[in-house]
Design a protein around this ligand. Structure first.
Ligand code: GDD
Length: 356
């Protein structure tokens, strides 16, 4: 039996489907607030799976902030694998909600580990911690891998670095099968609307049907290593299937700027962008019509930015046999087409992580 904490976001929903396909019974922590989150599409898949397979998907409304909730959960159920995905996952928001972010992302991880240890369950549980490429922070060039030093620049990344170290410490000090996945950015049609990729693809879809004329973004030159969440959840599962616990980077090995993402998304609906101006005054213009399609708003800049992420998943490829299957272009196309269907009021049948 598996526990997903939490299950209501993009990653939880895909991992739930993957685990069901593998024959698991999946328990998931559903945070009270999840219904108001910006990933309602992901949540709808989880709720549908719970309805269709009531004996295989069990939802536990709760919160990893509450240690007594965790104690009851682990006391009353016998878990063999625990996938800790719960997080305040928005980096920009972490500058405004620093203590909350630390409480969930850093201490939340420790609460889960401490619950396992307090109940003496360390010999029968495998524990996965969702670390993040954000921990690499200020690195400017080269590829980041498992040996790259952490240089967090946001409260989010500092908390994720803490979560990394308490996870590897539980492995070394207590013999818990505890592993970190250092995942680079991973996207999909189920991504929340407050992340830049989905904000762009949803905005492009809205522009295409005439609901809006322009997308407003922050830093266009930030570079990310963007992969597909389904590929990454396969990687997470492979990390947990090893006999020897270890930490792994999961990344595509390609890096692109926000600017390149928006160009690719516009191209899916036949808009070619030309860039005019510089800095805050820069605009992306429709080459055919001259209409402004992209503007920059400095209010969307982060107080401290991670300028460049470019991962090397060589260890995962060598040891786990993991490679990404979905290209950047295919990812962007899938997201735009899904959002086009959404804004037209006819949601497409989307790819799921399993054959459900
Ligand atoms: N969200 C957002 N909104 N980001 C923008 C915008 C905008 O309007 N304009 C530019 N950006 C830039 C951000 O400054 C950042 O450099 C980049 O786009 C990506 O931002 P996000 O999509 O919010 O993702 P993230 O890279 O900060 O964090 C994501 O990936 C991490 C893994 O590296 C999240 O999923 C994290 O939870 C995850 O750990």
């Amino acid at each position: 039996m598996d526990l997903l904490g939490s299950i209501g976001g993009q990653d939880g929903s895909y991992l739930c489907e993957l685990l069901l396909e593998k024959g698991y019974c999946v328990h998931g922590i559903l945070r009270h607030r999840t219904t108001a989150d910006y990933a309602p599409l992901a949540l709808s898949y989880v709720l549908a799976a719970a309805e269709e397979f009531p004996n295989k998907v069990v939802l536990h409304p709760g919160d990893i902030l509450d240690p007594y909730f965790l104690l009851r959960l682990f006391r009353d159920h016998s878990y063999s694998e625990v996938y800790h995905l719960a997080a305040q996952s928005h980096v920009g928001t972490s500058f405004d909600l620093q203590l909350h972010t630390s409480d969930v992302n850093a201490l939340g991880t420790l609460r889960l580990i401490q619950t396992i240890l307090a109940l003496r369950q360390e010999s029968k549980i495998k524990f996965y911690n969702a670390c993040s490429s954000e921990v690499f922070g200020e690195t400017r060039d080269g590829c980041q891998d498992e040996s790259t030093p952490f240089r967090p620049v946001s409260p989010y990344a500092a908390a994720k670095a803490f979560s990394f170290w308490v996870t590897s410490s539980a492995r070394k000090a207590h013999g818990l099968f505890a592993v970190n996945g250092i995942l680079f950015n991973h996207e999909s049609p189920r991504r929340g609307l407050d992340f830049v990729t989905r904000k762009i693809t949803f905005g492009v879809a809205q522009m295409h049907v005439g609901c809006t004329t322009c997308i407003t973004l922050g830093n266009l030159d930030a570079r990310r290593d963007w992969g597909h969440a389904i590929d990454y959840m396969r990687g997470v599962f492979a990390i947990m299937m090893q006999d020897v616990p270890d930490d792994y980077v999961i990344a595509t090995g390609e890096t692109r700027s926000v600017r390149e993402f928006v160009v690719a998304a516009c191209r899916v609906v036949g808009i070619e962008l030309r860039w005019r101006g510089t800095g805050d005054q820069e605009v992306g213009v429709d080459a055919d019509t001259g209409d402004i399609r992209v503007r920059v708003d400095p209010a969307l800049y982060r107080p401290a930015e991670v300028p460049f992420l470019h991962g090397s998943a060589r260890k995962a490829t060598t040891r786990l046999g993991w490679t990404p299957q979905v290209s950047f272009e295919a990812l962007v196309k899938e997201m735009v087409e899904s959002d086009l269907a959404l804004v037209r009021g006819r949601p497409a049948k989307l790819r799921t992580a399993s054959k459900l």
